[in-house]
Design a protein around this ligand. Structure first.
Ligand code: FRU
Length: 476
């Protein structure tokens, strides 16, 4: 990166630090974005040296995709991120044309190593696994033996990417997204030193219903089971999935017992997790999508955000998954609580909770408008039907680049349903259930001044047992 460009980035970052959001109406307050440029997948999530680190697929020179760099940021609360210098840039014959694609980070004493995909060739037809290491927080140096895994084994296509390294027993292991015979799969390798790797085999593979390529695999234990997160290509309407199951054959084979869609919204893809202190499993996704329309933020020179970090736990009775925003978000709550609704509320970040009580046979509906205009003609509508259990988010009346309506199912349990909407200046994330197990993420670009909030319950047999809403701002 040139000195002038680095200085411009530093200035943009300093300006944002002085006035988060600034004059840019859609700049999020607590969702990570690049100061300038494009981001996609979160990479290298790791708790290291007492702080949370997040890297990201990043093109610093424009809001459009370009040869990938790794952006870098760290945080003590997962919400206020400090931007750090770019960690990886294309520089070697093996990563020069397409760049440094997704991967992971592992801490080894006071060294941090990035295990990433190098992509080269006009169509990224050469993909390989590479390593770069930073001794005690210094610059990342690419390994002289790169690429440490030069490509996929015989019989697999050239799609071979997104290495997720982890410690298993006394060795390093890595899962890599791959494809063979039209089916997505995950390859597993083992190494004593992150430099020389031995193929252990195919850890898991689609049965034909789960896409032709699995991007961004992640593998971790959760409660009594193991979870394999994948972003399958070629499954209409499905972004990223959690496959829940068990490991067999000394951890070399993953047996799928249950599958879950991680997020039903249009702007969620390629999530990764990290283990925080006390074993907390934290997931962050890319809040945008390859298929999403161009956002108006391109005019300010940036595109892409990360989701609010989410904690994963086993669902009730060990089945499914509970997914909710990290606890830290509660300390960002200011002004609010049991507020009177139906008027001007907030154009910035907010956290809104609704508790509903539904009688058997209720035909009631909850109807909310988020970020509504004063005259009621614009807004994002969020509705729930007691009869069908369907949550509907309709952003189509909310401003430029509006997404299509999106849905998920969250039936009342024991006559109760909890809905939580987490808003930032260009996003809505909805968590439904108690504990929440259905989630959707959607970018919205409301006009300045569209800060009205309304809520109503219609039909029979449905009651709002509680309504609470807070503005969100950094803890004082
Ligand atoms: C997922 C993905 C990865 C790849 C990266 C490139 O969104 O396609 O598979 O490594 O993005 O930026």
């Amino acid at each position: 990166m040139s000195g002038t460009h680095a200085a411009a980035l530093r200035r943009a970052d300093e300006e944002l630090a002085r006035s988060p959001g600034g004059a840019d109406p859609w700049r999020p307050l607590f969702h990570y974005t690049a100061a300038k440029g494009w981001i996609n997948d979160p990479n290298g999530l790791v708790h290291f040296g007492g702080r949370y680190h997040m890297f990201s697929q990043h093109y610093p020179y424009s809001g459009e995709w370009g040869p990938m760099h790794w952006g870098h940021a760290d945080s003590s609360d997962l919400l206020a991120w400090r931007r750090l210098p770019v960690a990886l840039a294309p520089s070697e014959p093996y990563d020069l044309t397409m760049g440094c694609w997704s991967g992971s980070a592992v801490a080894d004493g006071d060294r941090l190593s990035l295990v990433y995909t190098s992509a080269t060739g006009a169509k990224a037809e050469r993909q390989a696994v590479c390593v770069a290491t930073s001794p005690a927080g210094g610059e990342f140096v690419k390994h002289p033996k790169n690429p440490v895994i030069p490509g996929p084994p015989e019989g697999f296509t050239s799609d071979f990417r997104d290495p997720r390294a982890f410690r298993y027993g006394n060795a390093w292991r890595v899962v890599v997204g791959a494809s063979r015979a039209g089916k997505g799969c995950v390859l597993l390798y083992e190494s004593p030193d992150l430099a020389s790797w031995r193929l252990l085999g195919v850890l898991a593979e689609s049965d034909g219903s789960l896409g032709h390529m699995w991007e961004c695999p992640d593998l971790f234990p959760l409660g009594e089971r193991w979870v394999l997160v994948v972003s399958p290509m070629g499954v209409p309407g499905v972004g990223s999935m959690a496959l829940l199951g068990r490991l067999e054959d000394s951890g070399a084979r993953f047996v799928i017992e249950e599958t879950r869609v991680l997020d039903f919204g249009p702007d969620f893809y390629a999530p990764q997790t990290m283990e925080g202190p006390a074993g907390r499993r934290i997931l962050i996704g890319w809040m945008d999508h390859w298929k999403s329309p161009d956002p108006p933020t391109l005019a300010s020179g940036w595109r892409g955000a990360m989701t609010v970090p989410r904690v994963l736990r086993p669902g009730p009775g060990g089945r499914g998954l509970a997914i909710e925003p990290v606890e830290e978000l509660k300390s960002w709550r200011h002004e609010g609580g049991d507020i009177a609704v139906g008027g001007k509320f907030c154009a910035g970040a907010a956290d809104i909770e609704v508790e509903l009580s539904a009688e058997k046979g209720s035909n009631g509906r909850l109807e909310m408008t988020l970020r509504g205009s004063p005259d009621g003609t614009r807004g994002v509508s969020l509705a729930w039907s007691a009869a069908t259990g369907e949550v509907l988010l309709d952003p189509s009346r909310s401003g430029p680049a509006a997404r299509k309506p999106c849905r998920m199912t969250a039936p009342a349990r024991g006559g109760k349903l909890r809905l939580r909407a987490v808003l930032d200046r260009c996003s809505v994330e909805v968590f439904a259930g108690s504990p929440p197990d259905s989630v959707l993420s959607c970018l919205v670009f409301p006009a300045p001044g569209d800060d009205y909030l309304s809520v109503a319950v219609t039909g029979n047999g449905l009651r709002m047992a509680a309504f609470r809403a807070w503005k969100l701002a950094p803890p004082r």
